[in-house]
Write a protein that binds this ligand. Structure first.
Ligand code: FE2
Ligand code: FE2
Length: 151
């Protein structure tokens, strides 16, 4: 029987109100839940490997795309954010390299810890970056209001 206590539920309060980022964050939750499901189901090695690879690839894709969205922000902020992404990627890789990855309870335990880290990243760092992006774009709009040409 699947133990639902491991599953992570997307909550509206995690949303940043950026359609692309929110959709990708939800997809990360979905992929993680699929992994929880397969580990719980039977620990089938090949399927577990596929799903883990998919989660890792999607995490990378999300981080790359998000970093492009943060491009208008200052370098120091972006570099700090990029290093947070690197940490999350490394810890996911670390989970995969553990010998205990194929023993159900350990996989669930490590993966749940990673999701928790991801959630903290989303609700603190991503949210703050997006807020700064909104501020900087409204400043830019105020400097060049629609309908006026910069002289
Ligand atoms: Fe993100
Ligand atoms: Fe991020």
């Amino acid at each position: 029987m699947i133990d639902m206590t491991y599953f992570v539920q997307w909550q509206e309060e995690y949303a940043l109100a950026h359609p692309v980022i929110d959709e990708q964050h939800q997809m990360l939750f979905l992929l993680a839940n699929r992994l929880f499901g397969i580990v719980e189901e039977s620990g089938q090695r090949a399927k577990l490997q596929d799903l883990f690879t998919e989660l890792f690839a999607y995490t990378q894709k999300h981080f790359q795309e998000e970093e492009l969205i943060w491009q208008p922000l200052e370098d120091s902020l972006r570099q700090r954010h990029r290093s947070k992404h690197r940490e999350l990627k490394n810890s996911l890789q670390e989970i995969w390299s553990k010998d205990s990855i194929f023993t159900t309870s350990d996989t669930l335990y490590w993966l749940q810890g990673w999701i928790q880290e991801l959630l903290e990243h989303i609700t603190q760092f991503d949210r703050s970056m997006y807020q700064q992006l909104l501020v900087s774009s409204s400043v830019a709009d105020a400097q060049h209001p629609v309908g006026t040409m910069p002289v």
